[in-house]
Design a protein around this ligand. Sequence first.
Ligand code: ZN
Length: 294
Amino acid sequence: MNESEQCYVHPDRVMLGECTRKEIRERLASGDLRGALLPIGATEQHNEHLSLNLDIVLSTFISQQVALHLYPQVIVAPPLPVGYSPYHMARKGTLTLRRETMHAFLYDVLKSLRTHGLTTALVVNGHGGNHGLLSDLLPDWRQELAMTIDEVSYWTGMNNQQKCEILQGYRDLRDGKLDTVARQTALNHASEEETSLMLAASPQRVRSFTMEKYDDAKLDYANNLSECVRDYLEPTFTREGWPEGGPNPENPRDRARQENALHATVEKGEALASLHTQYVADLMKKMLANSAPG
Ligand SMILES: [Zn+2]
């Protein structure tokens, strides 16, 4: 079967956990199914309006879109439920894994997939803190598992011109309209970019908010942090440099993200999702073309 023979595919059909053993067995036996996407993200604070699981929801959404685009060649493995987020631990609800826990999970899943005959796998990351998570390990894993393996953070295919075309915040940055370091560094996490994507992918996970309500909450993520939280924040931020004096003042940046999220729309999210899907699909296609059958 090739892409042109089947116009409609239910989105569940590309999710490994939603398939039966019979379906996977037959797709493998026919040679249709050759590769897997492994979404990773985070369970971490995304300001006042977005669900904590945003990075997982979006990396899974992009992976699913890619798998539908490449159907029936690729399956989406279950996402890792938590990522590497120690620097967000001052905000309630954030969970973090140690990097070695993530490595162990991914290695075990990759080995399982390889055992079933899949020779190509792409880890699709949705969270800045996980970016480059596997870079030191990939050469060894490729050799040990005899697999074509790579990792990609889905947003990295977008160039500055595309960002400026779609997102107000990046246009404002280009045009010198963002007057503080906080505003200049608040353009992706929980802001216009991620909020727009979430509006397109899963709008029920975007709550309403106003800057008035944000200010009324009198949030402070810079002072009176517990020892336990500070242990997580170091060594990224030293006790002397943390929190307000450094290049990324924490409270103003948190507010700037909320402010930037006001620009989000579903149309921007759809334009972003389309670019990200194309980018990851192209990468996976190349990997499949270069990979020997299992
Ligand atoms: Zn995020």
